[in-house]
Design a protein around this ligand. Structure first.
Ligand code: HEC
Length: 168
């Protein structure tokens, strides 16, 4: 086989692998939101997904499923502060979607919803991630803040597999 044919073939395979990777990343990202078409709903679910990942990281450490790692814990805390601060913003518009579980009460009791978001943000700030014991002590308030709001403003049901970490 001539040299340049070989080279062309390499370039082609390289391109194909790259496209394959792109498609994988893209489908994983959209599957995570399970076919939500409304942009606003998509965004708030994406935000909640970040919250779930961060909470999952910290609960895994507390439960001893993964080894405590201060740096990782600190990054998770940072994400939780950021994402809880954004809750009012991503929920402000009463967007709807077939797959949304948000109760319309959110927009009828907006002040209360905001208070619950603030409580969550405060709990995120109060997370102590310097040591495992301090994380153990401060994580429950964070989880309660998540669950309190879900109990009030998220419809039960559907039980989608990606929510296994935090069902109520
Ligand atoms: C102030 C209220 C509030 C707080 C605080 C809150 N959530 Fe949510 N969360 C909601 C609502 C409402 C929904 C439903 C959104 C929808 O279906 O449109 C939701 C949905 C979710 C979902 C499902 C997303 C999806 O793809 O369907 C996950 C996971 C989640 N929350 C995790 C968390 C975690 C973890 C925390 C705490 C760090 C948290 N939430 C804090 C209100 C809240």
């Amino acid at each position: 086989m001539k040299n340049h044919t070989l080279r062309r073939r390499f370039v082609l395979y390289g391109a194909l692998i790259f496209i394959g990777l792109l498609v994988t990343v893209w489908t994983t990202a959209s599957l995570a939101q399970n076919g939500v078409t409304n942009h606003g709903v998509f965004q708030r679910m994406a935000a909640m997904g970040i919250a779930k990942t961060a909470v999952g990281t910290l609960t895994d450490m507390v439960a001893g499923r993964v080894r405590f790692d201060r740096k990782v814990a600190r990054a998770a805390r940072k994400n939780l502060i950021r994402v809880t601060r954004h809750i009012p913003k991503v929920f402000k518009r009463p967007d709807g979607d077939r797959l949304s579980r948000a109760k319309t009460d959110i927009w009828l009791s907006w002040a209360d919803f905001e208070i619950r978001a603030e409580t969550a943000e405060r709990a995120a700030r109060r997370l102590r991630v310097g040591r495992l014991t301090s994380l153990q002590r401060t994580l429950p308030d964070m989880l309660n803040a998540c669950l309190n709001c879900h109990q009030a403003y998220r419809k039960p049901g559907l039980n989608r597999p990606q929510e296994n970490g935090l069902k109520n």
